[in-house]
Design a protein around this ligand. Structure first.
Ligand code: DX5
Ligand code: ZN
Length: 218
């Protein structure tokens, strides 16, 4: 079994204490940073200045999930701000192949995300240019929503394409991941599990990360 990666989402953390909240999950593989612009999704969170500061405040690689319009214009800034992985939405990117190239040239891994209703098939060729596929298992915009199990068919498709050598991707899932749902996602072939409320609503976020990882490996 490969090492299951856990990426706590700071969307459920205390935004006034981000450095401490990152420290609380120091065993995490990536720190998931949800950037929302109140246009692509009906919520507003944080942007480049916060990512720049967070980069200095933690050694955990930052996984920036851009739920924004016009990522072709903004995404490279997050790579330059020191994000390890920058994920854009397939539904929002005008030229996702050029965007992946620009992200890599700026020193980041390139991620492509698809909403629950977006099929994977039209993006298989585009995904050859990407390092990460982020399958949304809730409608993007808010933490604490219920897991949509239907998206696991897309995870299985991605897993098959990776295992047969057609794609080289970290398969990541985001939304509603907790102790009850992580097992089925792991079974479908997810490599990296984002968890917001399941980590930061726990009494001990660091322990919650280790528990989730153990369940994903089981
Ligand atoms: C939702 C965000 C998620 C969110 C997940 O739009 O992309 O990363 O933080 O939160 P939970 O794990 O609580 O569903
Ligand atoms: Zn996210």
């Amino acid at each position: 079994v490969q090492h299951p990666m856990i990426a706590p989402s700071i969307l459920s953390a205390d935004f006034a204490r981000l450095a401490e909240e990152a420290d609380a999950v120091s065993g995490a593989d990536w720190l998931h940073v949800d950037v929302m612009d109140a246009h692509f999704v009906p919520n507003l969170t944080l942007g480049l200045p916060v990512v720049r500061s967070l980069r200095k405040a933690t050694d955990i690689p930052l996984d920036c999930h851009l739920m924004i319009e016009d990522p072709d214009r903004w995404a490279v800034g997050y790579a330059e701000a020191g994000a390890y992985n920058v994920t854009v939405h397939a539904e929002a990117a005008a030229d996702p192949v050029a965007l992946a190239r620009d992200l890599r040239a700026a020193g980041a891994k390139a991620g492509l995300s698809i909403k629950p209703g977006t099929p994977i098939e039209p993006y298989v060729d585009v995904l050859k240019h990407y390092d990460t596929l982020l399958v949304m298992s809730v409608e993007p915009g808010f933490g604490g929503q219920s897991f949509i199990a239907d998206v696991l068919d897309k995870v299985r498709t991605a897993r098959r394409l990776v295992d047969t050598g057609h794609l080289t991707l970290v398969v990541e899932i985001d939304g509603g991941i907790n102790a009850d749902t992580i097992g089925q996602a792991a079974e479908a072939g997810v490599d990296c599990f984002v968890a917001g409320s399941a980590v930061y609503d726990a009494a001990d976020p660091g322990l919650a990360v280790e528990k989730l990882r153990a369940l994903a490996a089981a």
